[in-house]
Design a protein around this ligand. Structure first.
Ligand code: ADE
Length: 228
């Protein structure tokens, strides 16, 4: 998969060279490229924002650098998925991650300030499939942290990125429930015992116990997940 990220703070993404996503880039499974939006400015101050038409607080990102960035990154053939992180977008879930992990080319455009000139989204729709995606119902200072989270959630679902694919199956949200509790050695730690069933060797009973744990935890912590 190819991923292009456009941001005025490209160094945010240095962390994506670490760990599993770093290895995926080394092995060629993931081709991740981070670009500075200011590469596509032409004035001495490398300006990316201006005051909003109609007045109001804050600054708006100018359309011209975004237009040039999209022209440079969208291929002549094929339609990339162009994602703009925004608190005004659809909410990102594991299902979104699964869907986006099947794409060949993702372009992420990180907005800052009060947002990006609306015409950029219209123009982007001529080049690819546009998605405005929110990490959740809270406001970040810009899209960078949201894109880091999305790239990690999507990237680990690309076949070959996570060494043992079975570990992807038993996670929170993969089956609509929260994950069960995990334990390792020692079997007694500071007077706390591991639930005896896990030491029983009875795999059927263990699976049933874990399932029950998942349902109980989901009911207690995230009853909204059980609603539908
Ligand atoms: N930019 C600012 N807040 C955001 C959020 N909650 N999700 C995605 N992008 C954002």
């Amino acid at each position: 998969m190819r991923i292009d990220v456009v941001s005025i703070f490209p160094s945010y993404f240095d962390g994506l060279t670490l760990s599993l996503l770093g290895k995926a880039q080394d092995s060629g499974i993931l081709d991740l490229n981070v670009h500075d939006l200011r590469e596509w400015t032409h004035d001495r101050h490398r300006t990316v924002d201006d005051t909003p038409y109609g007045g109001g607080a804050g600054m708006v990102m100018k359309p011209e650098p975004w237009g040039e960035a999209l022209d440079a990154l969208a291929p002549d053939t094929g339609r990339p998925t162009i994602i703009f992180p925004s608190p005004a977008g659809e909410v990102f879930t594991q299902a979104t991650a699964r869907e986006l992990a099947t794409r060949e080319h993702l372009i992420f455009g990180c907005g800052r300030y009060e947002g990006i000139d609306e015409r950029v989204f219209e123009y982007a729709a001529e080049l690819g499939e546009v998605r405005l995606i929110s990490l959740g119902d809270y406001v970040l200072n810009g899209g960078e942290v949201a894109v880091m989270a999305m790239v990690e959630a999507i990237g680990r679902l690309i076949p070959g990125v996570v060494g043992n694919p079975e570990s992807l199956v038993e996670e929170s949200h993969e089956d609509g429930l929260l994950e069960y509790a995990s334990y390792t050695k020692p079997s007694v730690w500071r007077d706390r015992e591991v639930p005896p069933i896990l030491l029983s060797g009875n795999h059927g009973a263990i699976a049933a116990w874990r399932r029950e744990q998942q349902v109980e935890r989901t009911r207690a912590r995230r009853p909204d997940l059980l609603d539908d």
